[in-house]
Design a protein around this ligand. Structure first.
Ligand SMILES: [Zn+2]
Length: 175
């Protein structure tokens, strides 16, 4: 078992998956293949609750987790004419892409609202108290993962995992 075996299918043109440095105004690393938060960064978060994904999609392979934004005043693009639509009863201030100030343009680019030559016609900004992250439990099989980090995530998520010979077993984590 090597780190690469976490995502054996992830090799594209000779390059395997890797940890991407924080981007888009987040403070934690994500997996370049599945987008999972880095286990070390998750274990270092002071408080979080897992929301397990439905097991009909496989073994307890994934949970969603809200991570407190360390910079709650920071602005993000929280919606655009690309969607999703604004919920009924909610008022936002749309700004035309061509009218963005240089600072706003930088935020929009940082947040990924620039796809080659395509941009949305309108965007709107807001703060984000929490980042929506997800954790793929296959990352607990990484042989380079610190045992204490694995233990912390298992305790706080409620499930402990054993990975052996290409099999996975899980049980209630001991408290
Ligand atoms: Zn991954």
């Amino acid at each position: 078992m090597s780190t690469q075996d976490v995502h054996p299918d992830a090799t594209v043109r000779g390059r395997t998956w890797s940890w991407r440095e924080p981007e888009r105004g987040e403070h934690f690393r994500r997996c370049s293949w599945c987008g999972s938060i880095h286990p070390e960064d998750l274990a270092a978060e002071p408080s979080w609750l897992p929301e397990w994904a439905d097991q009909k999609y496989g073994w307890p392979h994934k949970f969603y987790v809200d991570v407190t934004n360390q910079d709650p005043e920071r602005l993000y693009v929280i919606g655009s004419s690309w969607g999703p639509s604004v919920p009924t009863g909610y008022t936002v201030e749309w700004i035309a892409w061509d009218a963005l100030t240089p600072d706003q343009l930088e935020v929009a680019r940082r947040d990924g609202y620039f796809d080659r030559d395509r941009t949305p016609s309108f965007v709107y900004f807001g703060t984000r108290p929490k980042h929506h992250a997800k954790f793929y439990t296959i990352h607990l099989s990484d042989p380079e993962l610190d045992e204490a980090v694995k233990h912390t995530i298992e305790q706080r998520s409620g499930l402990a995992f054993d990975f052996e010979d290409g099999r996975v077993r899980w049980r209630r984590a001991e408290t």
